[in-house]
Design a protein around this ligand. Structure first.
Ligand code: HEC
Length: 102
């Protein structure tokens, strides 16, 4: 039983290029951290938003709109350049992660 669990963990680790990484990992990997800072609390400049604790639905919509170009106000252009890196499902995961940061 124990061995089965260890084997399962090993297999999971080997397959570690997940189709859907968790939000925190995505936040690091997809360069979000570069502009929005550690734990989404310390943006690169005071002009950039703090995202920690933001409503998930709102954050998801904003990301979709910045990606599509529907939101192009303010400094949105700075972020648009990286949005090709994230899929709709990843955006959802990221929004959930942001909303859960205390
Ligand atoms: C190159 C810098 C940059 C990168 C990289 C970046 N963003 Fe942004 N992001 C911005 C800026 C600037 C804004 C605010 C745009 C504006 O002024 O309207 C923003 C806005 C947002 C918003 C909307 C905030 C609100 O309150 O309306 C969310 C959510 C967000 N970013 C999430 C992310 C996520 C998740 C990633 C990684 C996939 C990411 N950003 C990558 C610069 C960046």
């Amino acid at each position: 039983m124990k061995l089965t669990l260890i084997l399962a963990a090993a297999v999971a680790a080997t397959l570690a290029t997940p189709v859907l990484a968790d939000g925190k990992a995505l936040y690091m990997e997809k360069t979000c951290i570069a502009c929005h800072g550690k734990d989404a609390k310390k943006p690169l400049t005071p002009d950039y938003p703090k995202l920690a604790g933001q409503n998930a639905k709102y954050a998801e919509k904003q990301m979709q709109d910045i990606k599509s170009g529907a939101r192009a106000n303010g400094n949105a252009a700075a972020m648009k350049g990286v949005m090709h890196l994230v899929s709709d499902a990843e955006i959802k995961e990221l929004a959930k992660y942001l909303s859960e940061i205390k």
